[in-house]
Design a protein around this ligand. Structure first.
Ligand SMILES: [Zn+2]
Length: 240
């Protein structure tokens, strides 16, 4: 029986070896969410897939549906990884985003917004990089998942007072009287507002500073926290 073919676009999140010549490729697709597929003969020299299935590649694929794993039958590159791998900072940024996207998605769970955000963030990394590309991606993804920190008033008492601390356990920024978590500088607060209130390009243009470093720390902790909680929830459902 001929297996049904489908076409989709996606970003390669990671790959791993399968036997001597083949590779499993994990792709975040636009329409089907995360898909694991076999790329036959990809590790042979002269493979028809060449280097088109490296982590970070944005590709158009033709796949054959399988009972367990799908099989990749054709690949065309939309955005290559060339600009990601020629700069260590760019590569590190790309890998951090690919890993987060991988951990945030389950197979067979479509997530087109995440696919679009990942494609956009990878393009930004390869075009200009910058200290806030990864933190901005994390905050945007968290906001899309319904986790949006309160940055305008104290998340605990509601006071419209200067906000001096940041604690995602409480859900955002805190005033002096309520403070817990990590200290929050005024510049870092400004950058986080830029990222989440529609001034993303302004934030992405910010040069590296203590404030961008601080924003990166808050974003990484919030993302880790969210992924852990998600993995625990998934584990709980799998046990049922
Ligand atoms: Zn307060």
């Amino acid at each position: 029986m001929r297996r049904p073919l489908y076409r989709d676009r996606g970003v390669v999140l990671r790959t791993y070896r399968l036997g001597e010549a083949d590779r499993i490729v994990v792709v975040l697709t636009e329409q089907r969410g995360k898909v694991r597929a076999v790329a036959n003969g990809v590790r042979k020299t002269g493979s028809r897939f060449g280097a088109r299935l490296e982590p970070g590649s944005h590709v158009q694929v033709l796949m054959a549906e399988g009972r367990g794993l799908d099989t990749i039958s054709q690949v065309e590159v939309i955005d290559s990884v060339a600009h990601l791998v020629d700069d260590l900072d760019h590569l590190t940024s790309a890998l951090a985003m690919l890993e987060a996207a991988d951990q945030l998605t389950l197979e067979g769970e479509p997530n087109a917004p995440l696919y679009r955000m990942l494609v956009g963030a990878l393009r930004t990394v390869s075009q200009r990089g910058g200290p806030l590309v990864v933190p901005a991606f994390f905050w945007k993804v968290l906001a899309a998942e319904g986790i949006r920190p309160e940055l305008d008033v104290c998340v605990r008492c509601g006071a419209d007072a200067p906000l001096v601390a940041f604690d995602m356990d409480h859900g955002g920024a805190l005033c002096r009287a309520c403070r817990s978590g990590a200290p929050l500088g005024a510049d870092a607060l400004g950058l986080m507002r830029d990222i989440l209130d529609g001034r993303l390009n302004q934030a992405l243009a910010a040069p590296a500073s203590a404030a961008t470093h601080e924003v990166a720390g808050h974003a990484a902790r919030a993302m880790e926290h969210h992924i852990e909680r998600r993995l625990r929830t998934v584990a709980m459902f799998e046990r049922l």
